[in-house]
Design a protein around this ligand. Structure first.
Ligand SMILES: *[C@@H]1O[C@H](CO)[C@@H](O)[C@H](O)[C@H]1NC(C)=O
Ligand SMILES: *[C@@H]1O[C@H](CO)[C@@H](O)[C@H](O)[C@H]1NC(C)=O
Length: 584
């Protein structure tokens, strides 16, 4: 058997090709696949399919039926899956199968923090043998890495490195459940993009359009930036000074996409570029600042599609045929919510999707709606590109319902006309939206503001950390001038950032939807302000001490009370950030 661990993406794919032979006397109709519990807890996708002998498959095919087995007690740290074979195997018969397993959050940045400009190193610890419930005659393992820069790897007998691949084996005649843990430590200079949450709204209008709106809440899950972020260094040389930062990404939209926009918390961004050909449309996205490890961003992509390419009719029902996942490649989605908004008056709604998802129905009310539009909501956690398959939403619709909107418009305009004649001098305000819709808009707005607030705070904290690192540097080198040059722009940047927090707080204070969270946000900003003051005083004392050439011990004594205070404040800030983050 051959096993390949593909580490060219942070979405780890382990693809095993098994040639199975039945050596027993009975008929073999199910095959066991085993994963360690640690693997099972990170498993996002598993497919087992027959290999027709034309080499390895490029993408997984439809899986044979798989069932998770209850733990049996003999191997308490393993999880078993039972695969139904396409045909039973008699003694001596063979079958070639491919096991395609996809894991998320299994790669660990090590070290956990790196300064800007240093490469990002990643550690994988896994089993080097295919964990087989059966005896294995011969096996090899290939580990595919993004490039040839390998820090270290476990050696096991026949081990070779060829460029960016580590090859193990072949190893002969292993007993069942032989385990051999390996670790590989390698350079990975790409962002580990994780959408903590993605909400995709697909709205069907029978007037010829499908409108897609995707709300992303992205975090860079890689090594956290240590010290201060320098835009100057970044601009001088983005590749060496922010190799693993995320500064641009490409979303491939469906063919025929039009009216594409990309918007972040602040507004529409026009720097995004659009390319399209007859097959697909690609939008290249550049966030306002590069995203380092631990940093997050919040943005929306929207576009329209021609209805006739995605809406079909079958047996008197209409159905939407659309892809499930994100249009951004190499993205792990912790929580994906797909909302299909159907035209008002649709009924008999059902969904067909090739893997299990949670589903429920909601109603969306927008202007001109009487009873609201039915919304089919699908939710899935731990989504990888393998889930980017087509699903269908079926519904019934009577043609009369289509006339409802224009009718409403005509009646509406008529009343508006009459009303405006009657009350020309009155202050006429028309509420276009229902209270619940408005409430939802306000809630979204509050979330965006909170997210912005957390972003700014995390930038402030990164700057503080950077300055603290410079203090360390100062105590080693005694280079006071270097510290001063570092300190001045950092302080003014911090003041700028604090200024940006003020309008956010004002907004939250005035919003009823933020009543519960506002005190925490207010406290957070106050604590950050206090932290800045304490640090400023502490740094001034240090500068003063150095200028008066006091001893290291003397400096320590003078700084100690501030040291304690800043550590305590920092802890409180972290707690508040966690609290608010949890509430968003
Ligand atoms: C952003 O641009 C899109 C399309 O050009 C437009 O529909 C949308 O209203 C704009 N949004 C803002 C906030 O300007
Ligand atoms: C949905 O669209 C995909 C891609 O165009 C196609 O392969 C698939 O057969 C369609 N499914 C249905 C049920 O029409």
């Amino acid at each position: 058997m051959f096993m390949q661990i593909d580490l060219t993406s942070h979405i780890v794919r382990i693809i095993s090709t098994l040639k199975v032979e039945n050596e027993g006397n009975g008929l073999l109709s199910d095959l066991l696949v085993a994963l360690t519990d640690q693997e099972a807890s990170h498993l996002a996708f598993l497919s087992v399919f027959q290999n027709e002998g034309k080499g390895k498959a490029k993408s997984p095919k439809a899986s044979l039926p798989i069932e998770v087995l209850e733990p049996e007690g003999i191997h308490p740290h393993l999880t078993f899956y039972s695969v139904s074979l396409p045909r039973g195997l008699f003694k001596g018969e063979t079958l070639t199968l491919e096991v395609w397993a996809v894991f998320t959050h299994i790669l660990k940045p090590f070290p956990k923090q790196v300064p800007q400009g240093d490469p990002q190193l990643i550690l994988l610890e896994d089993s080097g043998y295919y964990l087989s419930p059966y005896a294995v005659e011969s096996q090899t393992l290939t580990v595919k890495l993004p490039d040839a820069r390998i820090e270290s790897y476990t050696e096991l007998g026949k081990t070779k490195v060829r460029g960016s691949e580590i090859r193990y084996g072949p190893y002969q005649n292993q007993t069942s459940f032989t385990e051999f843990p390996i670790s590989v430590h390698f350079e990975y200079n790409k962002p580990l993009l994780v959408a903590q949450k993605l909400v995709r709204e697909i709205e069907i209008s029978h007037w010829g359009n499908v409108q897609i709106t995707e709300h992303y809440n992205l975090i860079h899950g890689g090594a956290v930036l240590k010290g201060r972020y320098s835009r100057l260094d970044y601009q001088a040389s983005p590749h060496t000074n922010a190799a693993s930062a995320f500064s641009r990404l490409v979303a491939s939209l469906h063919r025929g996409a039009h009216s594409v926009y990309y918007r972040d918390e602040i507004g529409n961004i026009s720097t995004s570029r659009l390319r399209s050909d007859s097959q697909k449309t690609e939008i290249e996205i550049e966030p306002r600042f590069p995203l380092f490890g631990g940093w997050r961003t919040f943005f929306t992509i929207g576009y329209g599609l021609p209805l006739e390419d995605y809406l079909f009719e079958s047996e008197g029902k209409r159905f939407l045929n659309f892809s499930f996942g994100s249009s951004i490649s190499d993205l792990v989605i912790n929580e994906l919510i797909v909302k299909v908004v159907l035209p008002e008056g649709s009924s008999g709604i059902s969904v067909s999707i090739p893997f299990p998802v949670e589903q429920w129905q909601e109603t969306k009310i927008s202007h001109l709606d009487i009873s609201g539009r039915p919304v089919m909501v699908l939710r899935k956690t731990n989504v990888v590109p393998e889930h980017n398959q087509h699903f269908q939403v079926y519904y019934e619709f009577s043609r009369f319902s289509m006339l409802r909107e224009p009718l409403m418009l005509i009646i509406g305009f008529f009343f508006l006309f009459v009303a405006s004649i009657a009350y020309t001098h009155a202050d006429l305000s028309i509420s276009k939206s229902s209270p619940s819709y408005l409430a939802k808009l306000q809630k979204d707005e509050v979330q965006i503001k909170l997210q912005q607030l957390l972003n700014i705070i995390s930038q402030c904290l990164a700057i503080h950390d950077g300055l603290e690192a410079s203090v360390q540097e100062l105590s080693k080198t005694g280079d006071l001038q270097a510290f001063k040059t570092e300190r001045k722009p950092a302080n003014s940047l911090l003041k700028e950032l604090l200024k940006e927090l003020k309008p956010l707080l004002l907004f939250l204070q005035s919003s009823p939807q933020a009543a519960r969270i506002f005190p925490k946000a207010d406290d957070l900003v106050a604590k950050e302000q206090e932290l800045l003051e304490k640090f400023t005083t502490k740094h001034s004392i240090i500068v003063d001490c150095y200028e008066r050439k006091l001893s290291g011990r003397e400096i320590e004594n003078r700084v100690a009370p501030y040291q304690q205070k800043t550590t305590a404040l920092r802890q409180e800030i972290d707690n508040l950030v966690d609290y608010i983050d949890g509430a968003i």
